[in-house]
Design a binder for this molecule. Sequence first.
Ligand code: NAD
Length: 471
Amino acid sequence: MIESQRSISHICFIGAGYVGGPTAAVLARECPHVQVTVVDRNAERIKAWKSDVLPVSEPSLLDVVRGPRDGLNAEKRRNLHFTTDLEGSIQAADTIMVAVDTPTKSRGTGAGYSLDIGRLEEVAMSIAQYATSDKIVVEKSTVPVGTGHTISNILMDNSRVGVNFEVLSNPEFLAEGTAICDLLSPDRVLIGSSDTKSGLSAAQALADVYATWVPRSRIITINLFSSELSKLAANAMLAQRVSSANALSLVCEATGANIDQVMHAVGSDSRIGPHMLRSSFGFGGSCFKKDILSLVYLCKSLHLDDVASYWQSISDINETQKSRAVSRIVSRFNNSMGGKKVAVLGFAFKEGTGDTRESCSIDLVKGLLHEGALVNIYDPYVDKSQILKDLGFGEESSGGSVKICQSGEEACEHTVAVLVATNWDMFRVNPKALMNGVKSSYDDTNGEKEASSKARGVPYGNGSTSCSATG
Ligand code: NAD
């Protein structure tokens, strides 16, 4: 049993992705007395973390990873190491933070689509087999409620005699694009544990690490299952705000009300607040949809069918919003997009990141291509091969229907409509400047405002149409 006052001096992160990499780097920066090792089975990813071209694009991340400059050469932070050596890393650490991906299961059951914790179980098995001393094992990944028990059982059933484990939940709330700020100044740090003496002692040890830079008042310790559910609930409620705004945008369109004005008025109520209330093409990113589906699955398996339907409707509205956007653009052109060129500005799911997982742009572009349009795409962070892969094309070719551009201006040239699909500041363009690249035959509307809105193909609100999403 891990009971006495513990302290943490060597943390191993397993999973060097959007969560594991930045979190490990910030922890190493803020806790120079703690050794931090980041391990991943993807050797290419580890190689990239050791280079100056990191596998994750985040403002300030390179500086945090690189650490203080030493003379002319950029030094890597001395207490931060990236490796593929899983066995050695597990053995050396007293605490293991598991930040592997937990995607939606590819095959659903009667209750829908749960999160796939297969990678987490695999990691738990490795920890059990390799550990030669007691470990605190921390779920950083987003998991279904009850996963802590599953992981504990795997560890207990497969470990060496005399080696003990304490499983904690410490879900991550960072949002891509602002990951470093979010990690340095989190709204809260959540630590869930069993209420045994050893569970509480392990939670205290982890809280002490965070307290190096996070005020104690923001470190919340709760029970393991509450912590696991809180992460799913937080994402579901953020997504629910986006879908509420989008659902109201339909009412606005039918009544002549203006959704931006309505959301401003609604969000001015201090009980509601202004965040995540912008009508948009919908939420994207790897987390919101999968976490809602996981909540739906949980509710259905508990026979809470009405509750399941409530959460399911938030995901459904999001899907409708994307197809509605394409339909509106197409109807603006008399349902005839054949051969017409459309620009899509931004391909990542939000600004500040190159992550395209579940990006609305993918569905928007596919919808436009289906209608026969030609699409010019520009994103400052996403490379050509990723875009073509996401659209289901081979590495280099889209058969001429898609052109990947080097700038927003190039993307807008000779287009009939421009979709501002990601909320980058650089896309908050002067409509007149934008119109320079847009085909003049569509410049024939009454006023400049109408012309710009038509050219931009912006179906809702007054301009930027992306939506920030957290993970
Ligand atoms: P990711 O896909 O970017 O990274 C996961 C990494 O884990 C990959 O590099 C993969 O190679 C590695 N991995 C998988 N199985 C492994 C194994 N057995 N051994 C070693 N390495 C292994 O995922 P992510 O976006 O960092 O998300 C990780 C978790 O954090 C998910 O549960 C996600 O829901 C959650 N989360 C994500 C965000 C976000 O914004 N991306 C925010 C909060 C929480």
